[in-house]
Design a protein around this ligand. Structure first.
Ligand code: SF4
Length: 313
């Protein structure tokens, strides 16, 4: 379709897709729905080509779903909902005023126009009733009664990097820090540090935002950059150790502290570990003894798996 649109001299192309997500539209869209797995393959191929400027026309493509770990990373960005931004209204010929396009064909709306006046719908068919207006959530219409494993549905109008006026006016692209796990590596042993940097740089889902060489520097960078994850040497041989980094970070950032992975070739004293866990709970992720690709990849995959399987949204 994109190639055809280019050949025909069409100025831009905009895609909608038809999933079965337990919404009224399911009943009149026949059997042309696509699976989430197939959709991700197509979408990623097209997005990559858009990114590489391989098309001569703008392509507006919906995300439709994201993995939970991505949603958790940028809830404001992925929580886009036209009902919440109040940025569009569907005015139907029968006088129905509605915001959510997925409710077309239902009695749900926000108001009705008749006798030259607009009457707000105060009944249970007001479409905003099922939406937590001040909370960043997956698409309420699709997620209320349905679950999709590690995926959550996002707004059908959520089309990253689109040129639509409203997307630009709301400056929506500025609401994301990106999908990568923003990471700090803290180690004063250059060999060990370089090895970790090399391992993590190979991964597409990690962004190393800083490298720190002392516990004080680690704390400063955690506060300044607010990473999602830290790989820190536990004992730098100075008066401040891993426990102190955790304590100070918690005092300053409270729940915004990162997930900690402590690197230590020796046993960390039990009472110190207990104290760390008391302070940060499940933000203390693991202790690393060997600097191998397998170990680091395992930690990151386990962490993502945890977010995708066990976090309730
Ligand atoms: S599709 Fe979902 S997120 Fe978009 S307007 Fe409707 S309820 Fe909101």
């Amino acid at each position: 379709m994109i190639k055809l649109a280019e050949e025909l001299g069409i100025e831009k192309i905009n895609f909608h897709n038809l999933f079965k997500t337990g919404i009224p539209r399911d009943h009149f869209t026949g059997n042309i729905d696509i699976s989430i797995k197939d959709w991700f393959e197509v979408k990623e191929e097209i997005e990559e080509k858009v990114e590489n400027n391989e098309y001569s026309i703008p392509v507006r493509i919906p995300s439709s779903f994201v993995t939970k770990d991505r949603f958790i990373r940028n809830p404001e960005y992925y929580g886009y909902c036209t009902c919440k931004t109040k940025s569009a209204l569907l005015v139907h010929p029968n006088g129905m005023l509605r915001i959510c396009p997925l409710l077309i064909g239902t009695p749900y709306g926000i108001a009705k126009y008749y006798d030259n006046k607009i009457v707000w719908d105060d009944s249970p068919t007001n479409e905003l009733r099922g939406i937590q207006m001040n909370k960043n959530t997956p698409c309420a219409t699709q997620y209320k009664h349905n679950k999709f494993g590690k995926y959550v549905p996002v707004c059908c109008s959520f089309k990253p990097k689109q040129n639509e006026k409203i997307w630009q006016e709301l400056d929506w692209e500025s609401k994301t820090t990106g999908d990568k796990i923003r990471t700090i590596i803290a180690n004063n042993d250059d060999n060990e540090k370089n090895k970790i940097v090399d391992i993590l740089n190979k991964r597409k889902d990690i962004e190393i935002v800083a490298v720190a060489k002392s516990p004080e520097d680690t704390y400063d960078k955690i506060v300044e950059l607010k990473p999602e994850m830290v790989f820190a040497k536990y004992d730098f041989g100075t008066s401040m150790n891993g426990l102190d980094i955790v304590k100070k970070s918690k005092e300053t950032l409270n729940n915004d502290i990162p997930v900690f992975n402590m690197i230590s070739n020796t046993e960390i004293p039990k009472d110190e570990m207990v104290e760390i866990i008391q302070i940060v709970g499940n933000k203390m992720n693991t202790i690393i003894r060997e600097q191998t690709e397998e170990r680091y990849n395992g930690i990151i995959e386990d962490y993502k798996e945890y977010l995708n399987q066990f976090i309730k949204l």
